[in-house]
Design a protein around this ligand. Structure first.
Ligand SMILES: Cc1cc2nc3c(=O)[nH]c(=O)nc-3n(C[C@H](O)[C@H](O)[C@H](O)COP(=O)(O)OP(=O)(O)OC[C@H]3O[C@@H](n4cnc5c(N)ncnc54)[C@H](O)[C@@H]3O)c2cc1C
Length: 563
C-alpha cells in the first residue's frame, strides 16, 4: 500500500464519512483510518431480519455479560441484537476521575450505525447565547454561515420533518414527516392553547420517508417503520456512513479505507510548520506505520480526537498539537439527559396507531431565547410522545402459546405520555480530559482520563424541567403523573463535545471558523471536539455540516496550493 495520500481522515463514523465523501468528490486521494473492523452495508448486519424468538436470550445479554460490562450495557438501545456494534468494557479502558460513561462503537461506520437519528438544526439563539449571557466565548460562525451546509447535508442523507416555522428550531430541506398520533395531536393543541411560545412538533429524523433520486442513487430505499434501526437497516432507510457517505466516496475511485488502524498521533514537521502525516498502529499486528498527506481531518469522535491531539507531541508542541495555552482537552461538555416525566391519559381508547414509527415528537426549547428568563443559562429540548401499553402482562407461569396467550398480548391498554430533557451544559475549563501518565492501552497509547461533572446550572435546569413538565402534563389531562432525576453520569447522553473548541481568538480557542487548527493549518477537527458550546439540539447533523464546509474549504486550499 502506498503511504502518500492527498488527505487523511481519522475515523469513519458520522463526521469522518462526510469528510471522506467531500474530499473524494473534489478529487483528493483520501485515506480513511479506522481503528475497528470493517462493516459493509447489509452484508455485515447479522441481526437485521431476526425475529425476537431467533435470539438465544430473547434480546438480552447473560447475567455474566452484564457483570463484565456494567458500563457499555447502559447505552440506549444496547441488547443482544445490537451488542456487536458497541465495544466491550475491558477491551478499551479509560480512567474516570469523576464518573463518566463513555459509550463507543469502534468499527467502520462508528456510531452512525447505532445513533438515534435526531437531526434538528441549531438556531441563531444557540450560536449567540454563550457570549450574550456570559457563559462562553463567541462562535466564529453564525447560523447563516452554516445554513447552506445544513441544506447540503439534509438533501443527501434524507431528513424527514415538518416545516413548523419555529425560531428556536429552524426548518430545513425535509422529506415528508411521520404523523402524530391522536394523543400527540391533543398534546400539540393543549400547548398551543395554554402555553404560548411552546411548540410540540414531529422531530426531524434522518429517515427516508419518501426517497428522492439522490437516495436511490445511494442504493437506499424507503424506511419501513420497523424501528429496528440500530441493527443496521437492509433498506438503507436511515442514514449511516456505511449505507451512504462511505460507499459514495468509494465510487469516486479516490477512497482507501484501512480498518484495524489505530491512530497513535499526528506528526508535526518543524520545518514546514505543518503536519506531515500520522503514526498508525495496526491493531492486529501492532506494526507501526506512517502515512503522509497534505491535509489531515480528525474525526475520531470528540474524546478520541482530544486523545490523539494530546498525544501528538513534538518539540514545538510538547503538550499536544496546537496546545500553546493549555486549552486542549478543556471545556469538554455534554447534554444533560437526567430528567424525565410522564403519565396516563384517558379519552382515546377507541384509537390506535399502525407500525413502529422510528421517531419521537419534540417540544422545542422555550427557555432563555430572546432574553434570560430563568435563574439558569442555556435551554433544553424535550423529546416526547404518546403510546399505548399492553392491557395486561401475561404471567410467566401462564401458558406461553395458544389463542388465549395471543389475545392477552394483543389487547391494548392505557395511553401514556412520556417526556425527557436534552439540556445545554456550560463548557468550563475544569471539565476536561487529559492523558494518564502511567497507564497505556494494548497499543501503548496513554489512557484518557475524564474529569467531567455537572454544576449548579445543570441542577437548576433539571428542577425547571421537572416543574414545567408536570404543569404541561397536568394541563394535557394526565393522571398517574411521575417524574425522575436519574442522576446519571455525564457521557451516557452520548453527546460529548468540546476540548478543541472553535473561536475567533487563537488565545482562547484551538480552531478557526473553518475548523482549521490556528497553529497547524493543515489539520482540521470537525467532530464534536470542535464545539464551542453545546446548544440544546442533537449535535451530529451540525458535525456533518461543519465537516462538509471545512472539507470544501480544505479542498480549495489544496488545489490553490495554499495547503
Ligand atoms: C445510542 C445512541 C443514540 C444517539 N442518538 C443520536 C441522535 O439521535 N442524534 C444525534 O445527533 N446524535 C446521536 N448520537 C450521537 C452520535 O452517534 C455521535 O454524535 C456521532 O456518531 C459522532 O460522530 P463522530 O464522527 O464524531 O464519531 P463516531 O461516529 O463515533 O466515529 C468515530 C470513529 O473513529 C474511530 N476511531 C476512534 N479513535 C480512533 C483512532 N485513534 N484511530 C482510528 N480510528 C479511531 C471509531 O472507531 C469510530 O469509527 C447517538 C449515539 C448513540 C450511541
Amino acid at each position: 500500500m502506498e503511504n502518500q495520500f492527498d488527505a487523511i481522515v481519522i475515523g469513519s463514523g458520522i463526521s469522518g464519512g462526510w469528510a471522506a465523501k467531500e474530499l473524494c468528490e473534489k478529487g483528493l486521494k483520501t485515506l480513511v483510518l479506522e481503528r475497528g473492523r470493517d462493516v459493509r452495508h447489509i452484508k455485515d448486519y447479522p441481526t437485521m431480519t431476526m425475529n425476537p424468538w431467533d435470539f438465544e436470550h430473547r434480546g438480552r445479554m447473560t447475567k455474566a455479560f452484564y457483570q463484565e460490562n456494567p458500563l457499555i450495557t447502559k447505552a440506549a438501545g444496547y441488547g443482544e441484537d445490537t451488542a456487536h456494534f458497541f465495544i466491550k468494557d475491558a477491551d478499551h479502558p479509560y480512567v474516570q476521575e469523576k464518573p463518566f460513561d463513555w459509550i463507543r462503537g469502534y468499527q467502520v461506520g462508528g456510531k452512525s450505525l447505532i445513533w438515534g437519528r435526531a437531526c434538528q438544526r441549531w438556531s441563531e439563539y444557540e450560536f449567540k447565547a454563550p457570549e450574550k449571557y456570559g457563559y462562553g466565548i463567541e462562535w466564529p460562525i453564525n447560523y447563516n454561515d452554516i445554513a447552506p451546509w445544513y441544506s447540503h447535508v439534509e438533501k443527501f442523507i434524507g431528513v424527514c420533518g415538518n416545516k413548523d416555522g419555529i425560531e428556536a428550531m429552524p426548518d430545513g430541506e425535509f422529506l415528508p414527516p411521520f404523523e402524530l398520533n391522536c394523543v400527540e395531536e391533543h398534546m400539540q393543541a393543549t400547548l398551543k392553547e395554554h402555553f404560548p411560545g411552546r411548540y410540540l412538533v414531529q422531530g426531524r429524523w434522518a429517515h427516508l420517508s419518501k426517497p428522492e433520486q439522490v437516495h436511490l442513487d445511494q442504493g437506499r430505499g424507503k424506511c419501513q417503520c420497523r424501528n429496528l434501526c440500530m441493527r443496521g437497516c437492509p433498506f438503507g432507510g436511515y442514514f449511516s456512513s456505511n449505507s451512504s457517505t462511505l460507499p459514495w466516496a468509494e465510487k469516486t475511485g479516490n477512497l482507501t479505507i484501512r480498518p484495524f488502524s489505530v491512530v497513535h498521533s499526528i506528526i508535526y514537521d518543524e520545518a514546514s510548520g505543518k503536519a506531515s502525516g500520522v503514526k498508525v498502529i495496526d491493531t492486529n499486528t501492532k506494526e507501526e506505520i506512517v502515512y503522509n498527506a497534505r491535509i489531515i481531518f480528525v474525526n475520531a469522535s470528540a474524546l478520541n480526537s482530544n486523545l490523539i491531539l494530546l498525544n501528538s507531541k513534538s518539540e514545538r508542541f510538547p503538550n499536544g498539537l496546537g496546545n500553546d495555552h493549555d486549552l486542549l482537552g478543556r471545556y469538554v461538555s455534554f447534554h444533560n439527559y437526567r430528567a424525565g416525566a410522564g403519565g396516563a391519559i384517558k379519552g382515546f381508547e377507541d384509537h390506535y396507531y399502525y407500525g413502529s414509527r422510528p421517531s419521537e415528537c419534540i417540544i422545542a426549547n422555550y427557555r432563555n431565547l430572546k432574553e434570560q428568563d430563568t435563574d439558569f443559562v442555556g435551554g433544553y429540548t424535550i423529546f416526547t410522545g404518546a403510546y399505548r401499553n399492553r392491557a395486561e402482562e401475561v404471567p410467566e407461569d401462564a401458558p406461553q402459546l395458544g389463542a388465549d396467550f395471543k389475545h392477552r398480548l394483543s389487547k391494548p391498554g392505557d395511553w401514556r405520555i412520556y417526556m425527557y430533557m436534552q439540556g445545554e451544559t456550560i463548557p468550563k475549563p475544569s471539565n476536561r480530559v487529559y492523558l494518564s501518565e502511567d497507564k497505556t492501552d494494548d497499543w501503548g497509547i496513554p489512557l484518557l482520563v475524564t474529569d467531567v461533572g455537572y454544576d449548579e446550572n445543570d441542577e437548576k435546569m433539571v428542577a425547571d424541567f421537572l416543574e414545567e413538565s408536570q404543569k404541561m402534563l397536568e394541563q394535557m389531562g394526565c393522571a398517574d403523573l411521575y417524574s425522575y432525576d436519574s442522576k446519571q453520569a455525564p457521557g451516557l447522553d452520548i453527546h460529548e463535545m468540546g476540548g478543541v473548541r472553535m473561536g475567533i481568538d487563537p488565545k482562547t480557542s484551538l480552531l478557526n471558523e473553518f475548523n482549521q487548527m490556528h497553529q497547524c493549518k493543515n489539520v482540521f477537527v470537525t467532530d464534536g471536539a470542535c464545539m464551542t458550546s453545546t446548544g440544546n439540539q442533537s449535535p451530529s447533523i451540525l458535525y456533518m455540516a461543519l465537516t462538509a464546509r471545512a472539507a470544501n474549504y480544505a479542498a480549495e486550499q489544496f488545489k490553490n496550493n495554499v495547503l
